[in-house]
Ligand binder design. Structure first.
Ligand SMILES: Cc1ncc(C[n+]2csc(CCOP(=O)(O)OP(=O)(O)O)c2C)c(N)n1
Ligand SMILES: [Mg+2]
Length: 404
């Protein structure tokens, strides 16, 4: 019927668009997945030139990614030595997404990371020793040994909201952070993440819809790493592209290659700029693959080997290093020196973390993030400007919500 069709735009910045499908096959010895469609031997595309990053900035991102990966290897070793209390989660293969995204935020903006975004924590100023001590539940860790996993943040200095395990719940929280800043007179970017599995939760809809209606500066990165525990994305939703969900919220939806640091950064930078202009949220779908199991206990035997091989050739660090060398922005010797420096920093931090004490039993009665009355929570951007019964747009001096 002519005239009844609507068209919507989803920007897809990828240089290749793999069309693999994963199908569950049941056999006598259990369940496995088979890959079909797509070209598993396709050549690896080039890294896209960034519109915004200088060579120096890109090298800085490269260093964060190296630190991210090598810190996780150290954590794996600490776990195997029995020094880690609990599990360890890895962002292997997702370093470009974690580091490139967090790098787009300004110091006074906010981040709400998930378990795989340890690279983002490093970019926001946590040291490897903080993360190592956290996993070892040491007294000097960000939660003083009360939590032995990723549940830590820093609302005073680094503007990091602690990860919330209930998937999706960070979305309304970060929307609320953007709203809080708006009420204090400033439009800021508030960035958070959700996985291909986690985005199915109801609160994802509620949080993103609220941000869309209020035009809050939420930057939501949907990390489509193809797996949620052992459930492949193809068994979680019917669309190939989660960015299309943006259409239903009335916000921009963008697809990027999550293994290309330049493209991740550029998309996040544009989304942050939009947030700062008070134009509302952006949904960025980053496509990549979780290159390990869900956590250290999961050997990921259900993942077809061919898929691992395909994505290993798209390793974000190797791709970025190759790009920097080809551009002659980094020499092989400089790259080796940078790696040695990262190793030195990690070794130093590992030694400090291992030697640091466990918390005293009596300290368990204290607060997790701070003691009673230890600091006052003050507005960061200005005195809240609230006029009863008014409603304004994003650029308006009036708040965008009715307060009675
Ligand atoms: C609301 C909710 N349901 C279930 C879980 C249990 N859970 C933790 S991680 C996970 C898989 C998440 O997969 P995905 O969102 O794709 O993120 P990824 O692990 O791939 O980064 C599940 C089901 C949870 N934490 N919260
Ligand atoms: Mg996933």
């Amino acid at each position: 019927m002519k005239g009844d069709h609507r068209t919507y735009t989803i920007l897809d910045y990828r240089l290749e668009k793999p069309h693999f499908t994963l199908r569950q096959v049941r056999s006598e010895d259990g369940v496995r997945y088979e890959v079909s469609g797509g070209d598993l031997a396709a050549p690896v595309p080039a890294v896209r030139e960034s519109k915004y990053l200088s060579p120096k900035q890109l090298i800085e991102i490269y260093r964060w990614m190296l630190l991210n990966r090598r810190m996780e290897s150290s954590l794996e070793n600490l776990y195997k030595q029995g020094k880690v209390v609990g599990g360890v989660y890895f962002g292997l293969g997702q370093e470009a997404c974690s580091c490139g995204s967090a790098y787009a935020l300004k110091a006074d903006e906010w981040l709400g990371p998930l378990i795989r975004n340890q690279g983002a924590l490093l970019v926001r100023g946590f040291a490897p020793r903080d993360i190592m001590m956290q996993y070892m539940a040491k007294a000097g860790s960000p939660t003083k040994g009360r939590d032995a996993s990723s549940h830590f943040g820093d609302i005073e200095k680094r503007n990091v909201v602690a990860p919330i395990s209930t998937l999706g719940d960070l979305i309304p929280v970060l929307a609320g952070v953007a709203l809080g800043a708006r009420l204090q007179g400033k439009n800021i970017a508030a960035m958070t993440y959700i996985g291909d599995g986690g985005q199915s939760t109801g609160v994802t809809y509620e949080g993103l819809n609220f941000a869309a209606v209020q035009k809050l500066g939420l930057v939501l990165i949907v990390e489509n790493n193809l797996w949620a525990y052992s459930t492949p994305a193809d068994m979680q939703f019917c669309r190939k592209d989660l960015a299309e969900r943006a259409i239903a919220y009335g916000i921009p939806g963008v697809i990027v290659d999550g293994t290309d640091a330049c493209r991740v950064y550029d998309a996040c930078h544009e989304a942050c700029e939009r947030a700062r202009r008070g134009e509302g949220p952006t949904l960025i779908e980053a496509k990549m693959m979780r290159m390990k199991g869900h956590a250290i206990h999961d050997a990921a035997e259900y993942v077809p080997k061919t898929l691992f091989e395909y994505w290993k050739r798209r390793d974000p660090i190797a791709r970025l290093e190759g790009y920097l060398l080809a551009k002659k922005w980094l020499t092989a010797a400089e790259s080796a020196a940078l790696i040695a420096d990262v190793e030195r920093q990690l070794e130093e931090d590992r030694e400090v973390a291992v030697a640091s004490p466990m918390p005293s039993p009596e300290s368990a009665a204290g607060g997790v993030y701070c003691g009673a009355g230890c600091h006052e929570i003050k507005p960061k951007y200005g005195t809240p400007q609230v006029h009863a019964g008014t409603s304004g747009g994003p650029q308006s001096s009036e708040p965008a919500v009715h307060l009675k």
